[in-house]
Design a protein around this ligand. Structure first.
Ligand code: HAS
Ligand code: CU1
Length: 559
């Protein structure tokens, strides 16, 4: 009877990612490094254009480049990384994927690839210069929207295979807690399916018919609302894989235990509940949504801050316990005991440091009136570069550092470890000055997106020029870091094979054997609560978009 198995019979820490699954994971990782290179180059050029140091050749437009930068880094890089990492996790902690599960992974991969190429072609042809948020009334070629749809459908197919793996483990070992990391992938995946429905609806029923000329109008408020129903959960879809590493991998790298399995699961459940009914915090200055509903979603946004605070608390607990076990006595000297030479720890740790101001910035953004101060200024760009652009990506780098050699039968060497440290410090320095400048310029009213030349370099724009130059310097360091990352990628993928390949570290938790909190894996209940909260937050505002005459949108129905 499987029920009588002891947990260590179910999961052996030495288990490797299955060989066939490794190929699938690596295919995803090639897209990650390619996207990083293309998107990073675009980013560098942008900072140079903004500060008036460069005019783009060959008739390339600034917004065209900015669209490429946003789409390839925020959507393509992240999606491929997340699919690859989650598949690796499941194969590691639940055993190799079945043939059909792996097939779904590959089908998803190819759909995402096809969709990416379609969108990329349209962006290259300047037929899709609509930025990554594709706000109407900016309009792209239909192929761009169809490409993005294929990318999303590709993630659904891959996610279906991943969820099948999780649920088949759960069934096979009925009565046991599922491995923490597999549970985390399941939460992220379920959240993803629920939130992408919003973007799928707006693209299929609004943007595609409109771009094909079947209808001549589009309900702008509705399209933005459906986008942000998806868009805020999107940022957690990026973040949660980093949290998976912070909760369940980093402690093992330190050689210690994670804080609490139950707390980690609780924090992920809260993300599932509160990531979606908060999208209107991106629309606080928009007309057509009643103040009451904006207020309600602001309150719900403050709820979704709680699981991040829980995460910060758990991390401090792990780090402090680790340092004290090594003889730290004073208030803060545990800090010095941390393994400052191990890049697998240092990269994500630098990310965590960024997330302290990143999180504070988010709280400022969400705070009703304060949003009016920063909305549509370059402060927001600063905010997302110290959330997705530092904590998230540095943690992804930290994961790839052990994952690539693990999958290819190699080891991290002293040289690759040091290169990774350089990567981390260069990134931190570059992103540090760039995002600081963005925050300051934003507070002085510098708009997001616009270039310096659009302001003619005169009047108020003079005030921002120092900040623009700081951004260009920061951008140059970031580009240097990207070059290091690309070289590091190939070093990790080639190099001599090792007898004992790099391990995929998975931590035990301090409360590993505590009884499981049953309702946390009661998916029916979790989904009912999630949908219930969404209905409360969105039913009235969306209904009003159909029934009320919003200025400029009189008589619009779906489009
Ligand atoms: Fe945000 C805009 C609110 C988090 C990404 N956000 C954006 C946009 C992006 C983005 C991409 O309410 C721009 C979208 C666009 O194109 O228009 N954001 C929040 C809030 C949070 C938040 C409340 N954002 C993120 C994360 C992102 C991300 C995470 C990406 C991954 N954001 C907003 C709002 C806007 C917005 C408004 C709209 C602005 C506008 O008007 O346009 C919260 O989730 C933040 C909670 C985080 C914390 C921090 C916890 C800290 C931890 C680290 C601990 C460190 C340790 C190490 C332990 C409370 C876990 C320290 C050790 C030592 C020794 C010191
Ligand atoms: Cu948000």
């Amino acid at each position: 009877m499987s029920n009588n198995l002891s947990p260590d019979k179910i999961f052996s820490p030495l288990q490797k990612v299955g060989a066939k699954d490794a190929k699938l994971v690596l295919a995803n990782m090639y897209w990650v490094i390619f996207s990083l290179f293309i998107g990073g180059t675009a980013g560098l050029l942008q900072t140079l254009v903004r500060s008036g140091h460069l005019e783009l050749p060959f008739g390339i437009g600034y917004y065209q480049l900015l669209t490429l930068h946003g789409v390839i880094l925020a959507l393509v890089l992240t999606f491929f990384f997340i699919m690859g990492f989650q598949i690796a996790i499941l194969s590691k902690v639940c055993g190799p994927l079945s043939r059909s599960q792996r097939k779904l992974g590959w089908t998803g991969f190819w759909l995402m690839t096809a969709g990416t190429l379609m969108s990329a072609a349209m962006i290259a042809l300047n037929e899709a210069t609509v930025l990554y948020t594709f706000y109407a009334p900016l309009q792209a070629h239909a192929i761009h929207y169809i490409g993005l749809t294929l990318v999303i459908v590709g993630t659904w197919v891959s996610v279906a295979g991943q969820l099948m793996k999780y649920f088949s483990w759960k069934k096979e070992f009925k009565g046991h807690k599922t491995p923490l990391l597999s549970y985390m992938t399941a939460v992220n995946n379920v959240m993803w399916i629920v939130c992408t429905i919003g973007v799928a609806v707006t693209v299929l029923f609004q943007f595609i018919p409109w771009s094909l000329g079947w209808v001549d109008r589009i309900n702008v408020s509705l399209s933005r609302t459906l986008f942000w129903y998806f868009g805020h959960a999107l940022v957690y879809f990026w973040l949660l894989p980093a949290y998976m590493s912070w909760y369940a991998i980093i402690p093992k790298i330190l050689g210690t235990k994670g804080f609490s399995d139950n707390l980690a699961r609780m924090s992920f459940v809260l993300f599932l509940f509160f990531s979606i009914p908060v999208g209107i915090h991106h629309q606080l200055v928009e007309p057509g949504i009643d103040a009451f509903w904006k207020g309600l979603q602001v309150v719900l946004t403050f709820m979704v801050i709680i699981p991040s605070l829980m995460t910060a608390f758990s991390l401090f607990a792990v780090f402090e316990t680790y340092g004290r076990n090594r003889g730290a006595k004073g208030l803060l000297d545990w800090f010095k005991k941390l393994p400052w030479k191990d890049a697998r720890f240092v990269l994500p740790f630098l990310g965590m440091l960024f997330f302290i101001p990143g999180g504070i910035g988010g709280i400022i953004n969400a705070s009703g009136q304060m949003n009016q101060m920063i909305h549509n200024t370059i402060w927001v760009v600063g905010h997302f570069h110290i959330t997705v652009g530092a904590p998230v990506i540095l943690t992804y780098f930290g994961v790839m550092l052990f994952l690539l050699p693990h999958l290819t039968g190699r080891k991290i060497t002293k040289q690759t470890n040091n290169m990774a440290l350089y990567l981390g410090y260069t990134w931190t320095f570059g992103m540090g000055i760039m995002s600081l400048a963005m925050h300051f310029a934003g507070l002085r009213g510098a708009p997001r997106r616009s270039t310096y030349s659009e302001y003619g370099g005169a009047g108020i724009a003079e005030e921002w020029i120092t900040y623009q130059v700081m951004q260009a310097v920061g951008g140059s360091f970031l580009f240097l870091a990207i070059i290091i990352a690309v070289i590091l990628f190939f070093k990790l993928m080639t190099g001599p094979k090792a007898d004992q390949p790099e391990v995929f570290p998975v931590a035990e938790m301090m409360d590993q054997n505590a009884p499981q909190t049953k309702w946390v894996e009661n998916w029916r209940l979790l989904i009912i609560i999630t949908v219930f909260l969404i209905l409360i937050a969105y039913t009235v505002p969306i209904t009003q978009m159909f029934t009320e005459n919003i200025p400029g949108a009189e008589g619009y129905k779906l489009w």
